[in-house]
Design a protein around this ligand. Structure first.
Ligand code: ADP
Length: 488
């Protein structure tokens, strides 16, 4: 099959979270199964910097042309290279006005947030690029709200374009809570006919809602874990779209994300002070010592090192952790925290660091190499998420023998099997259900107590390290979804 990925993020070139990880690794797994996969992403400033730093010079595939849709027009240049570490073609849509910004999702310089226009332009430029380059996909695979309008464009006459005559669409929800909602007067930006301004199309309670439209118009919809697929059909986690998702559940599939097992491999990770495996865990202790040195914290035998690596957003549940962090540290633990995002959360962690200078270190920022060193050196990872579509951090942690302590929601339920004292043969972490600080405290305390029992701890580590999180299994499930999209 020829599969076209249209996505706002591709790791390691430009990512802010799991969307980038998936779109950087799933195409390679599908290509390994024999499919022809083509990826389109915006040529952000961050992408240009990544290419410069890595000595890659993308070539011009389509010289600057005018992309025109309805009353809108903007210049696009299409560059080409390959997805790092593969032969998968990667096309980059360049337009400096839209994409040369200080951050991937930054507003315009004047502060105006032109998000709908930037990504509508991106969708239209991908369509133009495919027509010019003669790319006729069997499957158009759109991701999250940024490219959600593409299945709608297929419905609205794009099948008259030879490149898209036989194209079927698959839409993946990586996070239902970011829907790309804009005011009603932004509808003209989509360039769609007014017949799409209806509750069974782009309109949702008087606003433009690209994600809803993507769900409605795609031939198949997937999300990133089986448990999240169930949860988003409930009012609690359905973000206002649960009714639509329930009514369309016949075309909704939850597929657990895989991880790039080459990039995330403790046996060969060049970011680590010392590599290690499930059989040779001594290297993990050396990595822990190196991480503590970097954090300017003293190494103390039998003292567990807790870690957080995360976007700092309400979703991640740090409002449960911050009020009890000092109490946890006083139980005899240390903590390292890496993340950036909302100021209130960053400040909360900074305050905890100031209160506990000998046991807590907080790094505010985004640093992939440091994230590797933290997974390699920490004893356990805290993820008290309020919701978590799949979660990759806990999978990286499991692979690195770093035992996750998680709130049992979304993909965390599919991947973490909490220790209950008697299931040492299968358990690989600790879990709690209610979104309360007390429950998080109890689960973390249980982890601290069990850390002191070296035999149990090693068993939990080994159980986690033995899980196969490679893309092989999930890539086959996507294949099945593509087949269903083609045969309906
Ligand atoms: P989400 O997509 O909701 O942010 P995921 O767990 O699916 O959560 O993916 C998060 C990804 O982003 C992981 O690869 C994680 O290591 C990475 N990440 C998050 N914050 C940081 C940070 N501050 N520095 C480095 N990597 C980070």
């Amino acid at each position: 099959m020829r599969v076209l990925f249209a996505t706002a993020e591709v790791a390691p070139i430009a990512k802010t979270g799991g969307l980038g990880d998936v779109c950087g690794s799933l195409p390679k797994a599908l290509a390994a199964l024999g499919h022809e996969v083509i990826v389109f992403m915006p040529y952000y400033r961050q992408a240009r910097e990544w290419f410069e730093a890595n000595g890659v010079v993308p070539e011009v595939a389509v010289p600057t042309t005018q992309v025109i849709w309805a009353n809108w027009s903007a210049e696009s240049t299409v560059l080409t290279t390959t997805l790092p570490g593969s032969d998968v073609p990667l096309y980059l849509i360049a337009n400096d006005f839209f994409f040369d910004r200080r951050q991937i999702y930054a507003t315009r310089d004047d502060g105006f947030d032109d998000f709908l226009l930037r990504y509508t332009f991106f969708c239209r430029a991908v369509i133009n690029g495919c027509s010019t380059l003669g790319i006729a996909p069997d499957i158009l695979h759109a991701h999250d709200w940024h490219t959600a309008l593409m299945p709608v464009y297929l419905d609205s006459g794009l099948r008259g374009n030879p490149a898209f005559r036989a194209t079927r669409s698959v839409y993946t929800i990586h996070n239902l809570n970011y829907q790309g909602v804009a005011a009603a007067n932004a509808f003209s930006i989509t360039g769609l006919h007014s017949r799409y301004w209806r509750p069974d199309a782009v309109e949702h309670w008087g606003q433009v809602n690209p994600m809803k439209a993507g769900i409605l118009f795609a031939d198949q919809v997937t999300t990133v874990s089986p448990n999240y697929a169930r949860e988003i059909q409930t009012p609690v986690l359905g973000a206002g779209l649960d009714g639509i998702l329930r009514s369309l559940s016949f075309k909704l599939t939850g597929i657990l994300n895989g991880i790039d097992v080459e990039e995330w491999n403790p046996e060969s990770d060049e970011h680590l002070r010392s590599t290690y495996s499930a059989e040779r865990l001594a290297g993990k202790n050396l990595s822990k010592r190196a991480l503590l040195r970097e954090a300017k914290l003293a190494y103390r035998a039998r003292t567990p090192l807790m870690a957080v690596v995360s976007r700092m957003a309400d979703q991640k549940g740090f409002q449960l952790l911050i009020p009890i962090l000092t109490r946890l540290l006083r139980l005899g633990a240390q903590a390292v925290v890496l993340g950036s995002g909302e100021a209130a959360i960053e400040d909360g962690f900074r305050a905890a660091e100031a209160e506990n200078p000998k046991s807590c270190r907080v790094w505010i920022g985004f640093d992939n190499a440091l994230a590797h060193r933290i997974y390699g050196g920490a004893d356990f990872l805290l993820m008290p998420s309020m919701y978590e579509p799949c979660g990759l951090n806990q999978m990286y942690a499991l692979r690195y023998g770093t035992v996750p302590v998680v709130r049992l929601t979304g993909g965390l339920v599919d991947t973490v099997h909490p220790f209950d004292g008697s299931n040492g043969d299968v358990a690989n972490g600790f879990g709690f259900a209610a979104p309360s600080s007390d429950e998080l405290f109890a689960a973390t305390w249980l982890a601290i107590l069990n850390y002191r029992d070296a035999k149990t701890w090693k068993q939990l580590q080994r159980n986690g390290m033995a899980v196969d999180f490679s893309w092989d299994r999930s890539a086959h499930e996507y294949e099945d979804v593509y087949e269903r999209a083609r045969t309906i």
